[in-house]
Design a binder for this molecule. Structure first.
Ligand code: GLA
Length: 562
């Protein structure tokens, strides 16, 4: 690249690799240029139950089996609830002799594989949890740096949902190593090809510097940090196709951890995590096995991580890939049908996961943890309602697991919470004690108010609508909101919400809905309006208004007549 062009790119803050705006380059193109994550599951928002909201760390294998039995007895499977997810604290504090995670030796003594089989025998799929960090939030072993073995373990156990938290995360360094040379040797042989710093084509901020303490030529490549520089070696002549040992010769200088990736022939990526330098000599070695074809090959070296967001995206993408790889591998090895793992990203919205979540997993938390209090439910709703454009079949915003039936939420609040999650096309992961729906004689307590809410089929059908569109807020005065969710068959769901403490009148016009670009409701003289919580139907011309108590909703499904 000529100097003036390089300067122009820098001036305009354009990426040296793809010439897009730098911000885009680091977050959208290099990292999020990854394909959409698509494993064929969660085409509608996932539904199930998880242990955290109610049980916290006090779980054991019997509780999980009791919940599965209660869910089956209450026919929740028939309503679409299919996952039973064991959250934090299922694992022992020690990995087994093969470096694999294992169930807590006292509270999950039969092992997780046996528990998966038990949960499956009730007709449910089992979910499991670790963190994208060195430990879980409860300080137990986790999957960062163990992605492959853990993904394989879960797939071998037959797990079908995986929640990946963000506690004890270690970000990928944005700093890149300085490269003195690259050595390539056929596996098992001592002769090698040497690529020198000066032979690389440098792009962006990459530059050659000199350090006489380096023994070969004294020259090295710097400026590869922060997704802003690239070094490429072209026309590397390889005599025979196969596996080679690639040694990255670096200049040891800075005490901070470093990271870079090598892309071979534009497709295979190899990552290097390099510890901060403490050694005596100037020259460091970092090795990996790479695959070369016969004839000319190319090597691109860069650090595509320009921010914390890039780092989080990349780490979740890595795990997503490992999960897909692992379930395929298990299917091939056993000859049984593949059991894809629904991948739940639990990054709390810190690094805008809605912007990259669909390249990494099936759903992503939009906020920190929910609590069974109105203020928490509304706070999370407010943060998530704006993110409608990111949700769709296979990839969802996740405003966290339901608190319906927990804490001191009133009946109105429980109904509002459930309705909002339905409108948001949110995962419906229950968090209450399902066993409380079952009477002592084993029969189901169909009068249980919480059971009535979570098993309202019409509300669930709004959530599970095949279009997979999240609602949009079309009106608000700060206290009352009007939400609209387009549905299949030219129908539409409307939710009126009163966030305040005292009662309020809320109204909307159906004609206005028909004029919204994203709504397919036909213009008509009369509409059938179904009131979901009253279980009544009425006919409306245009204006609908209702008086709502504090902390409550009205939920309607509307269809044109005639
Ligand atoms: C985090 C998550 C919660 C739960 C706990 C478990 O706080 O956001 O949903 O999984 O960890 O420790």
């Amino acid at each position: 690249m000529n100097e003036s062009f390089k300067k122009l790119l820098k001036q305009k803050n354009l990426c040296p690799v793809c010439h897009a705006k730098k911000l885009m380059a680091s977050t959208k193109i290099h990292v999020n240029g990854a394909d959409r994550f698509s494993n064929g599951v969660a085409l509608t928002p996932p539904m199930g139950w998880a242990s955290w909201n109610l049980f916290r760390h006090n779980i054991n294998e019997n509780i999980i089996k009791e919940i599965a039995a209660a869910m089956k007895a209450a026919h929740l499977d028939e309503l679409g609830y299919q996952y039973i997810n064991v959250d934090d604290c299922w694992m022992s504090s020690v990995r087994d002799e093969n470096g694999r995670l294992q169930g807590d030796l006292a509270t999950f003594p039969s092992g997780i594989k046996a528990l998966v089989e038990a949960v499956n025998s009730y007709g449910f799929k089992m979910g499991i949890y670790t963190s994208n960090g060195t430990l879980t939030c409860e300080d137990l072993p986790s999957s960062l740096y163990h992605e492959r073995v853990d993904a394989e373990t879960f797939a071998e156990w037959g797990v079908e949902y995986f929640k990946y938290d963000f506690c004890h995360n270690e970000p990928i360094p944005t700093l890149a190593p300085e490269i003195e040379k690259v050595l390539i040797a056929k596996k098992g042989e001592t002769e090698f090809i040497t690529l020198l710093a000066e032979e690389a084509e440098l792009r962006g901020d990459a530059e050659i510097f000199e350090d006489e303490r380096l023994t070969l030529t004294g020259k090295y490549i710097s400026g590869l940090s922060n997704a802003s520089g690239t070094a490429i070696f072209y026309d590397i002549e390889i005599p025979e196709e196969g596996e080679y040992t690639l040694t990255l010769g670096i200049r040891k200088a800075v005490r901070k951890d470093k990271y870079c990736e090598i892309i071979v022939n534009g497709k295979d990526t190899y990552s290097f995590r390099i510890p901060g330098s403490k050694g005596f000599t100037r020259e460091g070695r970092n090795q990996t096995q790479v695959y070369f074809r016969k004839g000319k090959n190319s090597l691109l070296i860069h650090n595509p991580i320009g921010s914390r967001m890039d780092s989080a995206a990349r780490q979740y993408q890595n795990m997503g890939k490992e999960l897909m790889r692992a379930t395929k591998k298990v299917a091939e090895e056993t000859g049984k049908p593949e059991k894809p793992i629904c991948f739940s990203i639990c990054e709390w919205g810190w690094n805008k996961p809605w912007k990259w979540g669909s390249t990494a997993g099936n759903l992503w938390r939009t906020t920190p943890d929910i609590r069974p209090e109105w203020a928490s439910v509304i706070g999370i709703y407010e943060a998530t309602v704006r993110l409608y454009e990111y949700a769709g079949p296979g990839n969802w915003n996740d405003p966290d697991m339901l608190e319906v039936g927990n804490g001191k939420l009133t009946e109105n609040e429980n109904i509002a919470h459930f309705s909002l999650w339905c409108m948001l096309a949110a995962p419906l992961i229950l968090g209450n004690d399902i066993r409380s729906f079952i009477k002592e004689d084993g029969s189901v307590d169909y009068n249980n108010k919480v059971l009535k809410i979570i098993s309202n089929q019409k509300a669930i059908s709004i959530n599970q609508d095949k279009l997979g569109m999240q609602c949009r807020r079309i009106k608000t005065n700060g206290i009352t909101d009007v939400l609209v969710k387009p549905l299949e068959n030219r129908e539409v769901a409307v939710c009126l919400l009163n966030k305040g403490n005292s009662s309020k009148d809320v109204s909307f016009s159906i004609k206005e809905l028909t004029e919204l670009m994203y709504v397919e409701l036909p213009k008509a003289d009369r509409y059938t309006v179904y009131d979901i919580w009253e279980n009544t139907t009425f006919v409306a011309g245009n204006e609908i208004s209702a008086n709502l108590n504090g902390h409550s909703v009205k939920l309607y499904k509307i269809r044109a007549m005639g």
